[in-house]
Ligand binder design. Structure first.
Ligand code: ACO
Length: 324
């Protein structure tokens, strides 16, 4: 008998504060027109100085558990995909585990930049399918605005803070046609492309100011190529075609990257879940945030086929095909 892992519920959380493009244009040389036409972003939520990634992650996790109607005490795996952990160690996931009073099991972070949620989903999926665990809480959470140089207009306009989470369990399937659950996940990375997007953490100069460095146009090119290629890989493995996709739930880095990728797949823009205007690029949080929005507003329905894809620093990229 085969086992598949299924998402039972989702949740998300955004910091209360947000900054519009017009407000940014008051402090740096940019404009709402430039940011909107180049990226699709209109505003970004920004965590308070004292508001950490774990705070956002816990709120999203609580919402997901409530949505799934699963008790925190049933969870035996917590994974947080994040590039902005509260501390170098221990992991943000163990803070979530402790604050939600989850006893036992395992908790760890995955650092795969903007692909963090897809990587975390993939690890949880494999552990559920092999029976190593029963119930997984998978969170994507980041506070990338804490790593921004607010004087660098080429990066500070792009990112926002947030968190999203899903609760997953394994389920036995025996000759079930089109079962709901994670159909497959696909992960890639290429460390030779580190220089395109990085944020140094030089322990030798521990207190030095660190901020995100990015080669925007180069990143754009790799994003469209890698995202369309991993999407086709996922479809091929499942003997499906792009026309079978009901919803593309992509990492929200740039509307133009999403549009170009969808065009390569010949996917109608009516099938794309877009949250970038309000959320900006929330890194590992962007896919579960978008998922939660489209599930809660009723767009994503039982039986729908979802393609999730992401690319981020590393470079890392990946995709998941999910039957809702
Ligand atoms: N406001 C006004 N002007 C700006 C801004 C800004 N915020 N940022 C850059 N410019 C200027 C540049 O200085 C440059 O001016 P110049 O011609 O006088 O030198 C001009 O605009 C064009 O700059 P480019 O970098 O060539 O602009 P481009 O059209 O490539 O757009 C962008 C830049 C939006 C960053 C684009 O390259 C992009 O989206 N790349 C992908 C980046 C991304 O998504 N990163 C997120 C992390 S990775 C991921 O999640 C997939």
């Amino acid at each position: 008998m085969n086992t598949i892992s299924e998402i039972h519920g989702c949740g998300s959380y955004l910091p209360k504060n947000f900054i519009t493009n017009d407000e940014l244009a008051e402090i740096i040389d940019t404009s709402d027109e430039w940011i909107t036409t180049r990226t699709g972003i209109k505003q970004r939520h920004v965590a308070e100085k004292s508001e950490m990634t774990s705070d956002l992650a816990c709120e999203a996790a609580k919402n997901a558990l409530e949505d799934a109607k699963i008790k925190a005490s049933d969870v035996d795996l917590v994974i947080v995909g994040t590039t902005t952990p509260d501390d170098t160690f221990p992991a943000t996931a163990v803070k979530v585990q402790s604050r939600l009073a989850i006893k036992g099991g395992a908790a760890f972070d995955i650092q795969a930049a903007c692909s963090g949620f897809i990587y975390a989903l993939s690890v949880a999926d494999n552990m559920l399918r092999t029976g190593q665990i029963d119930t997984a809480l998978v969170v994507g959470a980041d506070t990338l605005t804490k790593l921004l140089d607010w004087k660098d207009r080429t990066t500070c306009t792009l990112f926002g803070d947030g968190a999203g989470a899903v609760v997953m369990q394994g389920k036995k399937i025996n000759n079930v046609k089109n079962p709901s659950g994670i159909l497959s996940t696909h992960l890639h990375s290429d460390g030779n492309l580190r220089h395109i997007l990085y944020c140094e953490n030089n322990l030798a100069e521990f207190n030095s100011r660190r901020s995100i460095k990015m080669e925007g146009p180069e990143l754009f090119r790799h994003a469209v190529t890698n995202l369309s290629s991993v999407a086709l890989e996922a479809l091929r493995v499942n003997n499906l075609s792009a026309s079978d996709i009901d919803w593309l739930v992509p990492h929200q880095a740039n509307k133009r990257i999403i549009d170009r990728t969808a065009k390569k797949l010949k996917l109608s823009d009516k099938k794309i879940v877009l949250t970038i205007a309000n959320h900006a690029n929330t890194s590992a949080a962007s896919i579960p945030l978008a998922l939660d929005v489209a599930v809660k507003d009723g767009r994503i329905k039982k039986g729908d086929l979802l393609l999730m894809d992401a690319m981020g620093g590393g470079l890392t990229w990946g995709a998941a095909l999910v039957r809702w």
